[in-house]
Design a protein around this ligand. Structure first.
Ligand code: DTR
Ligand code: CA
Ligand code: ZN
Ligand code: ZN
Length: 464
């Protein structure tokens, strides 16, 4: 939905007003279009340097809904992994024939489904290891959403929950993308890691060998390691807030409470991505830790028992799976892939000037700005100037947003609205700027008028 902004005198932003209309989420307009002038460095009260770790590109309220992931399909892959282990010494461990057979199985499915697959080799403990990478053709190559799982098991067993469950869910999500002919705005990449059990060797090798220019294109990495534990808990990684919220909202929609995954950051393949500044998230149903009675109350299962009694054991076979947990987590994985890759809608025709430098917004503090320098135009700005706003911020009701013309005239785009507890402002506003000279420095001014929710300006664009 488009909003028209009204010209205001440069007055102090109103406090939270419950009556103020809440902004409705719509597709943000920040994609490049036609002529894009280079943005002036943000002239703002706050430093304009992007935070050390980026936050996943914002989600879009009107993202297409992910299809249901058929549990039967996921379990069929687990059956295959079990057969592979049984035919290869009882495991699918790094350096053993069962691992490469697992890679060949997954790759064949992906090739048949139209993915561009590649094998990345590495050596660990004197044996050759393989990462399987699958790119889904299309999408913005500068915005890559990745989903991954380690495909190797320990040598003591078939590794069906650890981590056939994650591998099968990621595979079936990729196949669902193919079946749907899904063409998201962002590029999709899926990965199956080798030698995770030896210390995240495969994923570390991938990240270490990825040029920094390629690394910075990954808007989010989603990790799925043990998502079908028999005595399941529902844990969400507490890393990137946008990814975390995407998962938590999904489970909330199912009426399933979740907890933050607290077994430590370095415990799976998201760690190398996180250490490289890539936004990460993921799901986990628990390993050797014991389910508490409070957790059994909310999730069912058995208190005083570990989430997976067969963790790293020979009994981690196809009987060692909780179907409900595996189904829910597979559907949550697909939901996150669809939602985080939907991207933004096509920008309007015209000349677009944008600034995508992140500008942190002080919590309950002074206003900050993001600027664009408009040059080379003649006359005044149009009566329907398109203002693309992308702000990543929890509880957006705290925010007041203005467009400030080169002469200092402020146009109110969004009032504070205390009751609007939704996150992020991804809007296209239409401003009658016909009384303003087009050339000059235009600013997006944002103020967080209440404490305890934080965020930053992710991008700002003007289309003439
Ligand atoms: N390291 C994983 C299992 C594991 C243990 N704690 C966590 C936390 C988050 C994800 C995975 C794990 C393995 O044994 O493969
Ligand atoms: Ca399902
Ligand atoms: Zn393991
Ligand atoms: Zn694992």
């Amino acid at each position: 939905m488009k909003h028209s902004a009204s010209r205001i005198s440069a007055s102090r932003s109103p406090r939270r007003t419950a009556a103020a209309p809440a902004a409705t989420a719509a597709a943000a307009v920040l994609a490049l279009a036609g002529l894009v002038a280079t943005a002036a460095p943000a002239a703002s009260a706050a430093p304009s340097a992007a935070p050390a770790t980026r936050t996943a590109a914002t989600t879009t309220a009107n993202a297409a809904a992910a299809p249901d992931i058929p549990l039967a399909n996921v379990k069929a892959h687990l059956t295959q992994f079990q057969s592979i282990a049984s035919a290869n010494g009882g495991n699918r461990a790094h350096g053993r024939p069962g691992y490469k057979a697992s890679v060949d199985y997954v790759r064949a499915k992906l090739d048949a489904a139209g993915f561009t697959t590649s094998l990345q080799q590495f050596t660990s403990n004197g044996a050759t290891g393989y990462n399987l990478i699958a790119d889904w053709p299309g999408g913005d190559p500068n915005q890559v959403v990745m989903a991954g799982a380690h495909l190797d098991s320990v040598s003591s067993g078939a590794g069906i929950n650890d981590n056939g469950s994650g591998s099968a869910a990621v595979l079936e999500t990729a196949l669902a993308v193919s079946r749907a002919g899904y063409q998201p705005a962002k590029h999709l990449r899926f990965a199956w890691w080798g030698a995770e059990e030896l210390g995240l060797v495969g994923s570390k090798h991938y990240v270490a060998n990825l040029p920094s220019t390629e690394r910075s294109k990954i808007s989010g990495y989603l990790n799925f390691d043990m998502i079908g534990s028999p005595n399941a808990g529902y844990f969400v990684y507490d890393d990137d807030p946008v990814i975390e919220k995407t998962f938590k909202d999904y489970f909330a929609g199912l009426g399933v409470p979740t907890e933050i995954e607290t077994e430590g950051d370095g415990r799976s393949d998201h760690a190398p991505f996180k250490n490289a500044g890539v936004p990460v998230g993921g799901l986990f149903t628990g390993a050797s830790r014991t389910k508490t009675s409070a957790q059994a109350q909310k999730w069912g299962g058995t208190a005083g028992q570990s989430f997976d009694r067969c963790y790293h054991s020979s009994c981690d076979n196809t009987s060692n799976i909780n179907d409900t947990a595996l189904d829910r987590n597979s559907d949550a994985a697909a939901h996150a892939v669809w939602t985080l890759s939907a991207g933004t809608s096509e920008p309007p025709a015209g000349d677009t000037y944008q600034n995508t430098t992140d500008v942190p917004i002080p919590d309950g503090g002074a206003a900050v700005t993001s600027s664009v320098n408009v040059t080379g135009r003649t006359g005044n700005a149009p009566s329907a100037l398109k203002v693309g706003v992308d702000i990543v911020h929890t509880w957006r009701g705290d925010l007041v947003v203005d467009l400030v013309a080169p002469d200092g005239t402020a146009y109110r785009l969004k009032n504070a609205s205390g009751g609007d507890s939704a996150d992020n402002v991804q809007e296209t506003y239409t401003v009658d700027a016909s009384s303003e000279t087009a050339n000059g420095t235009w600013k997006l001014r944002v103020q967080d008028t209440a404490r305890y929710d934080t965020g930053y300006i992710n991008g700002f664009s003007l289309t003439f």
